[in-house]
Design a binder for this molecule. Structure first.
Ligand code: PMP
Length: 421
C-alpha cells in the first residue's frame, strides 16, 4: 500500500459532486479482468475508453440512419446527412467557433496538422520564412512542418522549454520576427502535462504577423476550448482521446483563412465542377473533406461532446486535477521516483522514471498487476533528449479514474522496486 491514505474522490472534492462510480458504470470495459486483476486504466493520454452513450449512438446510427451523405435523394441519405451535419454543429459548439463551416472533420490531430501544413503552408511559405515549433511538441506537430519546410525552403525553429517543462516565453518573444509565418504549439503537452499560455502566445505571434496552429489533442479531454477567446488561427484535436471513437477529429480554422486556402486532397465531395479543362472546388468545409467522410464516427464524436457536457468539462477538470495532486503527493514519498513536467499549470499527466528500473520493465510489471500505463518516448523524442532519458512511464487520467487506481499503481511500483531493486 502507498503511505498516503486511500481516499474516494467524492470525500475530497470541495463542492465538486462528481459521482465517479456512476460514471464508471457507463464504461463496461473498466470491469475487464487483466492478468487476473481488475483493470486500472491509466493510459488515457494515448486513448480514452468509450461510454455507452457513444457506443449506443454508433449502433443506432448503423441500425437506423446509415447511407452516404450529401448525395442521395432518399430518406436514409437525408438522415445520415442530418446526423453528420448535426455533429458538425456540436463540434462547432465544443470549441466555440463562430461558424459551422469553420469545422472540418478529419481523422484526428495528425491529419488536421498535416492539412494545415500542406494547404496553408504550401500556399504561404517562401524560402527563408520561419516556422516556430516548441520543444515539447508531439511528433505530429513537428514532422509535418519539417516536410513542408523542405519543400518550400522555409526553416523550422525550436522554441525551447525550461527544466520544469514550460516554454521559455522570453526566448519565444526573441524568436518571433518578420520572417515568422507560423507558430505551432501544443495546448497541453502529452509527455509532460504542461498547459501552455496559448492566449498570450497567440497575441505575441499575431503582433509579429504570424498565424498560430494549436495542437489541442491533450487539451480537448480536460479543458473547455474557446477558439474565439484564444484567437488561434487553427486548432486540431482527436476524438479518441475525449471519449469519442477512433478515426475522427476536427480541425478548426478561421473562416477567412480556410476560404483562401487551396484543397488538401482531391476527390468526390470537395468539388464544384470537374472537367478536363480544369476543376473548381466546393466551399468550406467540404473543400477539405474529399471522399466519403467518416460519418458514423463523426456522429459518435457528437455523442462524446454531449457526454462531456452532461458531466461538465469544469467538473471533469477539477476531478482530474485532484487526481494529479494526489499522484504527486504519493510520488513525493519516494526518493527514487523522478518526475518529468513540473509546470505551474498541468493537466492530467504524470510522467516519471524509477531509478534502477527501466520504464519498459516497469510498464510490464504494472500490466501484470492490471495497471495500464504508457511507457516510451511518447512521440516526443525532443522532450526525452531535453531530459536525457530514453523513455519515461506515464499515467494519464480521465474522468473515470479513482484514487484507488493510483494507490494500485504505487503498489505495483513497489512490487517492481522489489523485483528489480
Ligand atoms: N498531439 C498530441 C499532444 C498528442 O498527444 C497526440 C496523440 N498522442 C497527437 C498530437 C496525435 O494524435 P492522433 O494520433 O490522434 O492523430
Amino acid at each position: 500500500m502507498s503511505e498516503v491514505a486511500l481516499k474516494t474522490p467524492t470525500e475530497t472534492q470541495s463542492g465538486n459532486l462528481l459521482d465517479v462510480q456512476e460514471i464508471r458504470a457507463q464504461f463496461p470495459i473498466l470491469g475487464e479482468i487483466v492478468h487476473e486483476n481488475t483493470l486500472a486504466y491509466l493510459d488515457n493520454g494515448a486513448s480514452s475508453q468509450k461510454p455507452i452513450a457513444v457506443t449506443e449512438t454508433l449502433e443506432r446510427y448503423y441500425a437506423t440512419q446509415h447511407a452516404n451523405v450529401h448525395r442521395g435523394v432518399h430518406e436514409l441519405s437525408d438522415r445520415a446527412t442530418e446526423a453528420y451535419e448535426s455533429a458538425r454543429k456540436t463540434a462547432c459548439k465544443f470549441v466555440n467557433a463562430n461558424r459551422t463551416e469553420e469545422i472540418i472533420f478529419v481523422r484526428g490531430t495528425t491529419e488536421g496538422l498535416n492539412l494545415v501544413a500542406e494547404s496553408y503552408g504550401r500556399w504561404k511559405l517562401q524560402p527563408g520564412d520561419e516556422i516556430l515549433v516548441s520543444e515539447m511538441e508531439h511528433h505530429s506537430n513537428i514532422v509535418p512542418w519539417q516536410l513542408i519546410a523542405e519543400r518550400t525552403g522555409s526553416i523550422v525553429r525550436m522554441i525551447p522549454m525550461n527544466d520544469n517543462g514550460e516554454i521559455i516565453q522570453e526566448d519565444y518573444l526573441n524568436l518571433l520576427n518578420d520572417k515568422t509565418q507560423i507558430v505551432a504549439i501544443t495546448y497541453v503537452a502529452n509527455s509532460l502535462g504542461t498547459v501552455n499560455p496559448i492566449k498570450e502566445m497567440v497575441r505575441m505571434a499575431h503582433d509579429a504577423g504570424a498565424v498560430v496552429v494549436v495542437d489541442a489533442a491533450q487539451a480537448a479531454p480536460h479543458i473547455s476550448i474557446d477558439v474565439v477567446d484564444l484567437d488561434c488561427d487553427f486548432l486540431a484535436l482527436s476524438g479518441h482521446k475525449m471519449y469519442a471513437p477512433t478515426g475522427i477529429g476536427i480541425l478548426y480554422g478561421k473562416g477567412e483563412l480556410l476560404e483562401a486556402m487551396p484543397p488538401y486532397q482531391g476527390g468526390g465531395e470537395m468539388i464544384r465542377r470537374v472537367s478536363f479543362e480544369g476543376s473548381t472546388y466546393a466551399d468550406i468545409p467540404h473543400r477539405f473533406e474529399a471522399g466519403t467522410p467518416n460519418i458514423a464516427d463523426a456522429v459518435g464524436f457528437g455523442a462524446a461532446c454531449q457526454f462531456m457536457w452532461d458531466i461538465g468539462i469544469d467538473e471533469i477538470a477539477t476531478h482530474e486535477k485532484e487526481l494529479l495532486d494526489y499522484v504527486h503527493k504519493c510520488a513525493d514519498r519516494y526518493e527514487d521516483i523522478r518526475i518529468y513536467g513540473n509546470a505551474k499549470h498541468k493537466a492530467g499527466v504524470f510522467a516519471f522514471t524509477l531509478d534502477k528500473v527501466h520504464a519498459h520493465d516497469l510498464g510490464t510489471v504494472l500490466d501484470r498487476q492490471g495497471v495500464a500505463i504508457r511507457v516510451g518516448h511518447h512521440c516526443a523524442m525532443p522532450v526525452m533528449k531535453h531530459f536525457n532519458v530514453a523513455a519515461t512511464a506515464r499515467a494519464s487520467f480521465a474522468v473515470y479514474n479513482t484514487y484507488d487506481e493510483i494507490d494500485r499503481m504505487f503498489e505495483a511500483i513497489n512490487f517492481a522496486r522489489e523485483l528489480f531493486g
